[in-house]
Design a protein around this ligand. Structure first.
Ligand SMILES: [Zn+2]
Ligand SMILES: [Zn+2]
Length: 122
């Protein structure tokens, strides 16, 4: 590991030494380190939760910022469902769980459009 030498001298070491980038310390993660020994996704999770959780990241890495919501990130730090609430209500209503709505629904442009008894629900 020549990292400290690089810091001290600016010299990565003798030619022929391949400088390997550090890999995330999460056991199943092979992303390069972003900060604190964690890749970008795991570091963002640390920032978000305050906990050093090294369980595997979901596909795509980022997740909804609402406590207890493990849906994938869609926009502005929220999953599609919570983001939609923000658009509609101005806040994610994090205390109200996202319901798996039973009704007719269609996926369009990545959004689940659900109509229940003629009313549009999220
Ligand atoms: Zn990672
Ligand atoms: Zn969410």
């Amino acid at each position: 590991m020549h990292y400290r030498r690089v810091l001290r001298t600016g010299d990565p070491g003798p030619p022929g030494t391949v400088r390997r980038r550090s890999i995330c310390s999460a056991p199943d993660c092979e992303e390069v380190v972003d900060a604190k020994g964690l890749c970008h996704g795991h570091y963002q999770r640390l920032l978000r939760t305050g906990r050093r959780d090294v369980s595997p990241l979901r596909e795509g890495g980022a997740m909804c910022s609402v406590e207890g919501c493990d849906r994938p990130h869609k926009a502005k730090g929220y999953c599609a469902a919570h983001y939609k609430r923000v658009l509609v209500h101005g806040h994610p209503r994090a205390d109200i769980p996202i319901r798996e709505v039973a009704g007719t629904g269609t996926f369009r442009n990545g959004y689940l459009n659900v109509y229940v008894r003629g009313k549009y629900v999220i």
